[in-house]
Design a protein around this ligand. Structure first.
Ligand code: HEC
Length: 192
């Protein structure tokens, strides 16, 4: 695990992490302490323990999922696309279908927000738009009216703030209740 974590897999979009060998060993020890059934082939019996009706109510209500998703839009047929274990993982992680700052070919999902970026110039002027490209040397964006703009970067100038559309899923990580994940999984599996 250590070289993969420390070098990343740039071709597949996994960044490298500056973790010490001891930290990686601690993570590996934790992973190995997980029950074997969680690491084997997907087990439908283990995953489908929730109540689909409760999942539907949570999706449309307390879960606020409809703020960004639609079961007749971007999530239509998700139960036919993925097995239950993958669906559960994607509820938790938000999936990895879209690379950083890039959209997959074809129409964008209806409501899922894009990655946006705000550039603050030395003059104080701010420019906000959908992120097109970012590297250590340049940041490029498309303004709401379609104008494409790019700015060279020198260290921290201009100031660049990227908004990750998956932030909601990231913020939810410590807050999920098992029962919500189970009922949501049971519900999304029925969307064939
Ligand atoms: C503030 C916006 C937002 C909210 C609220 C939100 N999500 Fe997401 N979700 C996203 C984004 C962005 C993605 C990534 C989609 C993409 O890359 O096209 C995503 C991806 C997913 C995916 C993976 C879809 C796929 O095809 O791989 C699932 C499943 C999912 N969300 C379920 C949920 C559920 C269930 C809720 C409510 C409990 C929820 N989301 C609430 C923004 C949101």
């Amino acid at each position: 695990m250590t070289p993969i974590v420390q070098n990343g897999i740039p071709a597949q979009g996994m960044p490298k992490f500056t973790l010490s060998g001891a930290d990686v060993a601690a993570i590996a020890a934790w992973l190995h302490s997980q029950p074997l059934s969680d690491r084997g082939a997907p087990s439908t019996l283990d995953i489908l323990v929730g109540n689909a009706k409760e999942g539907e109510a949570y999706f449309n209500g307390a879960g606020h999922c409809t703020q960004c998703h639609s079961v007749t839009g971007d999530l239509a047929g998700i139960g036919a696309r993925y097995d239950p274990k993958t669906i559960q993982n994607r509820i938790v992680s938000g999936g990895s279908s879209r690379g950083f700052g890039r959209r997959p070919a074809g129409p964008a999902p209806p409501k899922v927000p894009p990655t946006t970026v705000t550039v603050t110039l030395l003059s104080g002027q701010t420019i906000t738009g959908d992120l097109d490209h970012i590297s250590a040397f340049v940041v490029a964006l498309r303004e709401p009216d379609g104008t494409y703009r790019s700015f060279p970067r020198y260290d921290s100038i201009p100031k660049v703030v990227v908004t990750n559309p998956l932030q909601w899923h990231i913020d939810m990580l410590p807050k999920w209740r098992d029962s919500d994940i189970h009922s949501l999984t049971a519900y999304l599996v029925t969307l064939k």
